[in-house]
Ligand binder design. Structure first.
Ligand code: NAD
Length: 425
């Protein structure tokens, strides 16, 4: 199996060659500042105790507190957590939010746990990580299979241990627990804003372009919904159980697909039981077929490593909007660039999530409550300024957008070190 972290480091080396930064910085960024592994004993409903394996990787904090999600998934391991934490470091620096990068998770299929077991696991993760967390130290957020409900349990456990309310310690919280109106859709909003800005620069896209989206969770669903509302034709969507394709090419309404999926109910009020495949009026396709559809825009919005050397030749999309982290391997990336496919890299395309988290954190620290309108008024320029700067850099240096985004990130981290803003011990 390919290593996500190895792929991430290849991206770093490629960008370093264009950035003019000192080799010492590259060497420093080849490994995380700190990795934490936890054994998490959790009492199960039948009275037994099950021990889960948890992680937190604190990659770099030159530009601010470590920042990144917590993932609950069977595939979580240290290699994946390191890759995701590295990408967070590049992302926060590329878009210019005052954070470093981190990531965590638990190796678990959370859908096999009851609500009580899931809550106890979420709280156990916080107890283990607590000495290394805090609003100015490390601020976790949701990722795959961790939603506002799980953030609420985690934030509550943190407050209990800290002995005082500390809303800025976690982001992606429910509104009633200090969350920001708009944060839940901020990742999708950022990606869609960037795609629209790209349409102005590139002839590869025109209004009404066709889109296929892999993954129909927080990021995939909201991206589908916003693209549909903006006039794009969403012709295919998928989740872990397969995909659906609109043969007529008129595009589907993602809200209807979600309604069908939700009709099957929720597991203990936390996860949806249904799948996009519950929408009977479309052709069933596999996740592999979805990636290879003849569409204008392909949006991977599930897991890493799905566009690889083994399928890249069959990818027909003209633009790839990487809403998932790490969906394209470096070899596939090179081939896509040679073929003139525009890849909007994860560290830019999905940075609306961390930019939204930054706004939530800021709102909590100021003890203010912003409206959804105020939230998006602040988010939009953050995303568009980042995109325009990275686009200009890619044009000026004749490099792909990923390399340009990395160059931007490396410059900011390097300047941070020079100015002595590093909070590294
Ligand atoms: P989620 O748990 O809400 O949804 C994940 C979706 O992916 C689900 O629809 C699931 O069925 C699907 N999926 C899982 N395994 C799959 C497979 N093998 N093939 C196809 N689909 C599969 O998670 P999310 O928060 O939407 O995160 C999705 C991606 O976006 C991840 O790469 C995550 O790191 C990235 N991301 C999330 C955020 C955020 O704010 N939530 C921010 C930035 C990046």
């Amino acid at each position: 199996m390919s290593s996500a972290f190895k792929n991430a480091l290849q991206q770093l080396e490629r960008a370093a060659a264009h950035s003019g930064i000192r080799p010492e910085l590259v060497a420093r960024l080849r490994q995380p500042m700190r990795t934490l592994e936890f054994s998490l004993p959790v009492e199960m409903d039948d009275g037994s105790t099950k021990v889960f394996h948890g992680y937190r990787v604190q990659y770099d904090n030159t530009l601010g507190a470590f920042k990144g999600g917590v993932r609950f998934h069977e595939q979580v391991d240290l290699d994946e957590a390191k890759a995701l934490a590295f990408w967070m470091t590049m992302k926060t620096a590329a878009v210019g939010v005052p954070f470093g990068g981190g990531k965590g998770g638990v190796t678990v299929n959370p859908k096999q746990l009851s609500r009580g077991e899931l809550e106890r696991l979420s709280r156990a993760w916080v107890r283990a990580a607590f000495p290394n967390l805090g609003p100015d130290v490390d601020v976790p957020a949701p990722d795959v299979n961790t939603n506002p409900q799980i953030m609420a349990w985690m934030a509550d456990e943190y407050n209990r241990l800290a002995g005082r309310p500390t809303p800025a310690a976690f982001t992606g919280k429910p509104i009633e627990a200090g969350g920001a109106r708009g944060r839940e859709t901020s990742t999708a909003y950022g990606g869609v804003s960037i795609l629209e800005a790209l349409t102005k620069h590139s002839r590869k896209l025109s209004p009404g372009a066709t889109v296929a989206i892999q993954g129909f969770g927080n990021v995939g669903f909201h991206t589908a919904r916003l693209l549909h509302a903006a006039g794009y034709k969403v012709v295919a969507v998928s989740d872990s159980r397969g995909g659906i394709y609109d043969k007529r090419n008129g595009g589907m309404d993602p809200e209807h697909v979600m309604t069908r999926k939700r009709e099957r109910g929720m597991i203990d009020g936390v996860y949806c039981v249904g799948t996009v495949c519950d929408s009977a009026n479309y052709q069933r396709i596999s996740n592999e077929q979805l990636l290879e559809l003849n569409v204008d825009v392909l949006v991977p919005a599930a897991l890493e490593g799905v566009i690889t050397e083994s399928n890249v030749e069959r990818i027909k999309a003209r633009v790839i909007l990487e809403m998932a982290n790490g969906p394209t391997t470096p070899t596939a990336d090179e081939q896509l660039f040679e073929r003139g496919v525009i890849v909007v890299p994860d560290i830019l395309a999905n940075a609306g999530g961390v930019a939204g988290s930054y706004l939530e954190w800021e709102q909590n620290r100021r003890k203010e409550t912003w409206s959804e309108e105020q939230f998006f008024e602040k988010l939009r320029p953050l995303m568009l300024d980042a995109f325009e700067a990275i686009w200009d850099l890619s044009q000026e240096k004749k490099i792909d957008l990923r390399t340009a985004a990395y160059v931007q990130a490396l410059k900011r981290i390097s300047e941070g070190i020079k100015k002595g803003v590093s909070s590294r011990a």
